[in-house]
Design a protein around this ligand. Structure first.
Ligand code: SAH
Ligand code: SF4
Length: 430
């Protein structure tokens, strides 16, 4: 979501004649887009602000903007604590970026935070056209999982009008975009609060009708709201890619309850089973937290057990950190740091093994790949399979933006290496 906001600001600025520079020392304007979901990224912002303070001492005309969740959370306090900051902009005020910047250039210190009633957004295309584009379909969240700051910093859940989303996707398709990634904290709840609005699956169907859109993905799905209708949509809508990001957060019912997630491990496993029954080749990725308050060794073992049962295609794993204002922050953060670190390492090493085994199992298979850029080696291209795996292969630059078939030669820990095929062959959705 932050990535899409950064794209929108970049598009706004480029419209105004701004250009990207390669070093902060060369910049006249620095925009830091922030996230407060965990402690680590928040600390990074403070250290960047320290670095940019020194730059500003040497170059007083430099303007520094902090946007995103931290801006929303800290508001005026950021201006008080950091005299080098010229503007603080909340995530719901991105469209007002230029208005605020004009004031900042005139010497004001600007703070624009808070939520707007109207969830409509100005459609802005990123200045660099990739064949893949992010599209916000919802903002905010009403779930209040006990550890999570998102409902506080991103406000209540609001769905963007479907007409506006469809208009944006049509525009993207005209620009050559082939894959759209629909963004929201809980996309399954799309439209539920807006009478007369399309449901999420209806929205997916409408997007699939737009000529040129060959792939659709979405993130994030909340397990409690993953409906049978959506599971069946994977089979019914050809453009819907065989990948779902379905965070489980913990494998123990005791912890899930304290997290206020609204499902049990058994319910989660049932949803996974049903998904695989309908779409056997589906890739499943998830988020998981270790060291939540009260997490004992046996709870953690249940998390490991769930990972072994599901055999995820990828996992994003985090150490719990208390976030201001959340319910869990009122409880003692009682898992000591070294234990959190040990659990995280154990979990990640299990997942590395599973990912590598899954990647190796793809050796010899032919995958459909949307080429989105250059790989790390000279002459190498990079793309993603329908299941969202990164695939590197040698090929000419004019394939960027196209869908090709690649025969997998080697499954590596974080990606696949393959060979470009000139004809479609036995395509597998992986
Ligand atoms: N809406 C998404 C998650 C958004 S936040 C969902 O419901 O799944 C992204 C991830 O950050 C979460 O899935 C969670 O794993 C992690 N996270 C959120 N708050 C955290 C905290 N206080 N400590 C550690 N990890 C956290
Ligand atoms: Fe946070 Fe839970 Fe909402 Fe996800 S669903 S954004 S974890 S409160």
């Amino acid at each position: 979501m932050n990535e899409r906001d950064s794209e929108r600001v970049l598009a706004l600025l480029m419209e105004q004649g701004y250009r990207i520079v390669s070093l902060p020392e060369e910049a006249d304007l620095i925009v830091i887009n922030t996230c407060t979901v965990r402690k680590k990224p928040e600390h990074k912002v403070y250290s960047l602000l320290g670095r940019f303070k020194r730059l500003k001492e040497r170059k007083p005309q430099l303007k520094i903007v902090v946007m995103g969740c931290l801006a929303q959370q800290e508001g005026e306090r950021l201006l008080d604590r950091f005299p080098q900051v010229d503007m603080v902009l909340g995530p719901d005020r991105v469209d007002e970026f230029t208005k605020g910047l004009e004031k900042a250039i005139d010497g004001d210190r600007v703070c624009m935070i808070g939520f707007k009633e109207d969830p409509s957004q100005r459609v802005l295309l990123p200045p660099f056209r990739s064949p893949r584009a992010y599209v916000n379909i919802m903002q905010g969240c009403d779930n209040f999982c006990s550890y999570c700051v998102v409902p506080y910093v991103r406000g209540p859940e609001k769905s963007r009008p479907s007409q506006e989303i469809l208009k944006e996707v049509r525009l993207l398709a005209k620009e050559g975009v082939k894959e759209v990634i629909l963004l929201g904290q809980n996309v399954n709840a799309y439209g539920k609060k807006s009478p007369g609005e399309l449901s999420f699956v209806e929205l997916l169907r409408k997007i699939a009708e737009i000529p040129g859109i060959e792939r659709i993905r979405f993130t994030t799905s909340h397990p409690k709201d993953l409906s049978e209708e959506l599971i069946l949509a994977f089979k019914e809508i050809p453009q819907l890619c065989e990948h779902i990001h379905l965070p489980f957060q913990a494998g123990s019912n005791k912890i899930l309850k304290m997290m206020r997630r609204g499902y049990t491990r058994e319910e989660y496993l049932q949803k996974v089973e049903r998904l695989r029954e309908v779409v056997p080749e589906i890739a499943i990725t998830a988020d998981v937290i270790v060291g939540f308050p009260g997490e004992e060794e046996e709870d953690f073992e249940k998390t490991l057990d769930l990972i072994e049962r599901v055999r995820f295609d990828g996992l994003f794993s985090f150490k719990y950190s208390p976030r201001k204002g959340t319910l869990a922050s009122r409880w003692p953060d009682d898992v000591p740091e070294p234990i959190k670190a040990r659990r995280l390492e154990k979990l990640q090493s299990l997942q590395r093994k599973i990912t590598l085994e899954k990647n190796k199992a793809l050796e010899g298979k032919v995958l459909e790949v949307l080429v989105d850029g250059c790989g790390e080696r000279e002459g190498q291209l990079r793309g993603r399979s329908r299941c969202n795996r990164v695939v590197n292969f040698m090929g000419p630059l004019d394939l960027i933006g196209k869908i090709v078939w690649v025969k997998i030669k080697e499954g590596l820990p974080n990606c696949l290496r393959g060979e470009l095929l000139l004809e479609e062959k036995e395509v597998l959705y992986a």
